[in-house]
Design a protein around this ligand. Structure first.
Ligand SMILES: Cc1cc2nc3c(=O)[nH]c(=O)nc-3n(C[C@H](O)[C@H](O)[C@H](O)COP(=O)(O)O)c2cc1C
Length: 323
């Protein structure tokens, strides 16, 4: 599959997720074969103003330059000129793909006409997409939802985006009003795919390799994007080659400790303790005594204590599997 000039040999992508798809987590997913990964969304206004915190989201690690790895940096906003300038900044930071967020349903974003609110203003959506297209050379994708509020207009939106020179569209087929409720309407992915020539990346409720194959066959999408299904489960990317793959307890521990180390290097010790809590909760979901482990680490403030707790927890898991 191709996105503009880029060739994807692997059609399972990591979704942009604020607070999740940062450099440490992307690296862990890449260890399991993830080729295309998107960053957390970044404010175009923040980028253009040059805020250090905003810029820090645009980190591309050295592993992300290797082996055909592809990074998509995602921006959001509603001013065509600002979005074009932000896209250029993002391109300069090494983005292989620039993506626009036209799917975020939360009020904080939509009240400024950004995210999914753009699906309700097609002239503005067109202006932004054309302005960004003119400004950047790298491939350009747009991530959309089924539609704004409870209206469904993804087919029309995808056709406008194609007309503006967008290289691929990513569809999470729930409306803004549905947020994350109910089931994603995969039939809409099929409909969009039938009505545009550019590649369509399907997204929504894929949590296993079986779901991946079902989405590919039911919708004929070109690739599948995985969000929540990768949380605490980065090895899902490996199931493409090895469908029954499950890490051993020992491997899980090594992965978690690597994730922790990367987080400390990236955020510093203090912030890493807070950032890693949610990941540790996801990693240990369903494991014996996981809830006790989570209660304990959620009160710890020193990374050294958390690391010790991880060691103890997994030593007990291994003992239990061997008993
Ligand atoms: C914690 C979280 C953060 C998210 N942040 C973003 C974001 O920054 N940009 C975006 O386009 N979508 C974001 N999403 C939506 C996901 O990319 C994806 O479209 C959605 O979760 C549906 O896919 P899934 O069922 O595989 O999770 C976020 C979702 C979650 C759960």
């Amino acid at each position: 599959m191709k996105i503009g000039s880029l060739t994807l040999s692997n059609t399972m992508a990591l979704a942009p997720m604020a607070g999740v798809s940062d450099y440490p987590f992307r690296t862990i997913c890449r260890d399991y074969g993830c080729q295309l990964a998107y960053s957390e969304m970044v404010s175009s206004e923040g980028l253009v103003r040059g805020g250090d915190k905003t810029i820090s989201y645009l980190y591309k690690g050295k592993e992300e330059y290797d082996d055909g790895k592809i990074i998509g940096f995602q921006i959001f906003g509603s001013e065509p000129d600002v979005m074009a300038e932000a896209a250029e900044i993002v391109e300069g930071k090494g983005a292989d793909i620039v993506d626009i967020n036209m799917g975020c349903p939360v009020k904080k974003v939509t009240k400024t006409k950004s995210g999914s609110a753009l699906l309700g203003d097609l002239p503005l959506l067109r202006k932004i997409s054309s302005a960004v297209r003119k400004r950047i050379k790298v491939p350009f994708t747009v991530k959309i939802r089924a539609g704004w509020k409870d209206e469904v207009n993804a087919v029309e939106v995808a056709q406008i985006l194609e007309d503006c020179g967008v290289d691929a569209v990513i569809l999470h087929p729930r409306t803004q009003k549905e947020a994350f409720k109910g089931q994603a309407h995969w039939d809409l992915i099929k409909k969009v795919k039938e009505n545009v020539k550019i590649p369509v990346i399907g997204n929504g409720d894929v949590v296993s390799i079986e779901d991946y194959h079902r989405m590919m066959s039911e919708t004929s999408c070109n690739a599948v994007m995985i969000g929540r299904g990768a949380m605490g489960n980065p090895w899902i990317f490996k199931t493409l080659d090895d469908p029954s793959y499950q890490p051993t307890m020992d491997e899980m521990k090594r992965v978690i400790l690597k994730h922790y180390r990367l987080s400390i290097e990236f955020y510093g010790k203090e912030k890493a303790v807070r950032e890693m809590r949610k990941h540790l909760s996801w990693y240990t979901k369903g494991l014996s005594e996981g809830s006790l482990f989570r209660t304990r680490i959620n009160t710890m403030t020193q990374s050294i204590d958390v690391i010790q707790e991880i060691e103890t927890f997994f030593a007990r898991q291994t003992e239990k599997t061997e008993a």
